[in-house]
Ligand binder design. Structure first.
Ligand SMILES: [Fe+2]
Length: 465
C-alpha cells in the first residue's frame, strides 16, 4: 500500500492538490520519525518506515517480503508467549492495553528493549509504533545498581550517618546503632531532638531550622548526643542538604570525638597543674631573691600586680598578661649574684658596686635565656631598666626597640620602688612617684603606659598591696 493510498482513505477533502500535499507531509513525518512505524495486514507487514528498519536491523525489503512470524522469531523467547496471548486475545476481540514492552534481537543479534503501541485500522489492519527504549532501560538499570552500591556503602560505612527530614530521623546506618547503642527500629521515625541532652536542644534545633530555610550555618559543628546507656558522647557533625523521597532533607555525617575530647580535657588538666607548678616555682625564685635583699621584700609581688593591672588597662591579651606577670615576679632575679651587703648597704654605692647592681638585668637574662618559656620572659627581664630616650641600661635601647611588656614593667617597677622604703632613702609618697612618671612621660617612660598607670591610681582606685 502506498502513502497516497493511505491518505486517500480520508474523507471530507475534495481537492487533488490537498491530497498530494497531505501525502507529502505524512511521508516526511514517517521518514523522519525516530520511532519505528509499521502497518500489518493479514499476517504480513504492509508498510515499515526507515526508523523501524534501523531499530530492527532488517531492510524494508527483508521485512515486507516475509510474513510476521519472521519478526516474531526475533523476539526474546521469554516474551514470545506474551505476544501469542496478545494475538489470541485480539482475535477474540478482547480489550488489549495498547502499550506494551518486549525484548527483541536485532538482525545483528543485539538485544533491544522495545516499547510498542498498536491501534486497529479499517480493513483488519493494525498500525504500530515501536520505540527503542534500550538506553532508557540500561540507564535505569545502571541507576538501580548505583543506588544499591551507594546504599551498601552508606550502610556499611564505619562513620555514623543519618538522614533527617521534618525533624524526624528517616534513615540510620549500622554505625549509628553500634556507636549510640540503639536499634534501627527504635530510632527511625522518631524526632532527632530525643537524642540530644536538654542543654543542646535549642541550639541544634535552631541550626537545623536555619539550614532548612537556606540560611548559612557553620559545618562541621560539635554537639553532644545521648547514648542509650545514658552517657553523653561528643560528636562533630557534618551536614549536607540532599533530596530524600523527592523532598529536601539533611544528611548528617557524625564523627564520634568523645575520646579526643577526653584527651583534650586530660591535657587541659595536666596543663593547669603544670601552670600551677610553674607559678609555685616562680614564687620560690622570687622569694629567694627577696631573702637576700630584705628591703625589697614584697617588691616582686607588688610590681607584678601593678604591671598586670596596667597591661589589662592597655587591653593586652590574657596570655601576654600571664607572661608579663611571671616575668615581673622574678624581674630582679639577676640580683642573686650580688652580695647581700651591697644590696642592703645604706647610703651611696661606689662605682664598682653600682656596676655590679646594674648588671642584674643581664645576669637575669643569662640565667633564663635557654629556658623554653611560651613567653619572652628573659627579654622582658633583660630590658626592664631600658628607657624610652635610650638612657637606660644595659643595652641603651630606645622607644619601640624595647618590647611593650618591658616598658610596662619599667613603669610598675619605678612607681613601686619610689613609693617603698629603700635603705638609702626614705619612701616617697605615692603622689611623688606618680608626679615623677608623669613628668618623664615620653622621655623615660612610654606615654600610653604612664597614662594607663595614672588612670589606675587616680580614677580606678588602684593601691599598691
Ligand atoms: Fe631591676
Amino acid at each position: 500500500m502506498s502513502i497516497s493510498e493511505l491518505t486517500n482513505h480520508k474523507k471530507g477533502s475534495n481537492k487533488k492538490f490537498s491530497f498530494r500535499l497531505k501525502a507529502e507531509v505524512l511521508k516526511t513525518l514517517l521518514d523522519s520519525a525516530r520511532d519505528g512505524i509499521y502497518v500489518i495486514s493479514q499476517e504480513r507487514f504492509e508498510y515499515v518506515n526507515p526508523a523501524f528498519s534501523a531499530i530492527t536491523g532488517f531492510s524494508e525489503e527483508e521485512i515486507l517480503s516475509a510474513d510476521v512470524n519472521f519478526i516474531f522469531r526475533q523476539v526474546h523467547p521469554d516474551d514470545r508467549q506474551f505476544l501469542m496471548e496478545r494475538k489470541e486475545a485480539r482475535k477474540e476481540g478482547k480489550p488489549l492495553p495498547s502499550l506494551y514492552r518486549l525484548r527483541f534481537f536485532t538482525k545483528e543479534g543485539r538485544l533491544k528493549y522495545l516499547e510498542l503501541s498498536t491501534s486497529p485500522l479499517p480493513g483488519g489492519r493494525v498500525v504500530g509504533i515501536c520505540r527503542d527504549i534500550t538506553e532508557l532501560i540500561e540507564m535505569k538499570k545502571q541507576l538501580r545498581e548505583n543506588e544499591s552500591l551507594y546504599s551498601q556503602l552508606i550502610e556499611n560505612a564505619q562513620t555514623p550517618i543519618a538522614i533527617i527530614q521534618d525533624e524526624e530521623i528517616k534513615f540510620v546506618n549500622r554505625a549509628i546503632c553500634s556507636t549510640f547503642g540503639y536499634e534501627k527500629e527504635e530510632i527511625v521515625g522518631t524526632k532527632f531532638v530525643n537524642y540530644l541532652p536538654e542543654s543542646e536542644v535549642n541550639r541544634v534545633l535552631e541550626n537545623y531550622r536555619r539550614r532548612m530555610s537556606g540560611q548559612p550555618v557553620a559545618s562541621p559543628y560539635e554537639i553532644k548526643i545521648k547514648h542509650k546507656n545514658g552517657s553523653e558522647l561528643f560528636a562533630e557533625v557534618e551536614i549536607g542538604l540532599i533530596e530524600y523521597n523527592e523532598r529536601p532533607a539533611e544528611l548528617a555525617i557524625i564523627h564520634d570525638i568523645t575520646k579526643r575530647k577526653q584527651t583534650e580535657e586530660a591535657l587541659k588538666r595536666a596543663l593547669e597543674k603544670l601552670r600551677q607548678a610553674f607559678g609555685a616555682t616562680i614564687n620560690i625564685l622570687s622569694k629567694l631573691v627577696e631573702q637576700k635583699d630584705p628591703y625589697t621584700a614584697g617588691h616582686h609581688r607588688r610590681v607584678s600586680d601593678l604591671a598586670r593591672s596596667i597591661a589589662k588597662e592597655l587591653g593586652l591579651s590574657s596570655d601576654r598578661i600571664d607572661g608579663l606577670r611571671f616575668a615581673a615576679s622574678i624581674h630582679d632575679i639577676g640580683k642573686i649574684i650580688i652580695p647581700a651587703e651591697i644590696l642592703s648597704k645604706p647610703g651611696q654605692l661606689n662605682e664598682s658596686e653600682l656596676m655590679l647592681i646594674k648588671s642584674h638585668p643581664q645576669v637575669g637574662y643569662e640565667l633564663l635565656k635557654d629556658v623554653c618559656f611560651p613567653w619572652p620572659i628573659a627579654e622582658i627581664i633583660y630590658q626592664h631598666h631600658e628607657r624610652m630616650d635610650g638612657s637606660g641600661y644595659p643595652q641603651g635601647l630606645k622607644g619601640e626597640e624595647i618590647i611593650l611588656e618591658a616598658r610596662i614593667l619599667a613603669v610598675a617597677d619605678v612607681v613601686e620602688a619610689m613609693a617603698s622604703h629603700r635603705p638609702y632613702r626614705p619612701a616617697h609618697p605615692l603622689d611623688m612617684a606618680l608626679r615623677e612618671i608623669e613628668k618623664k612621660k615620653g622621655l623615660l617612660y612610654d606615654e600610653k603606659v604612664v597614662d594607663a598607670c595614672l588612670r589606675l591610681f587616680k580614677e580606678k582606685g588602684y593601691r599598691l598591696k
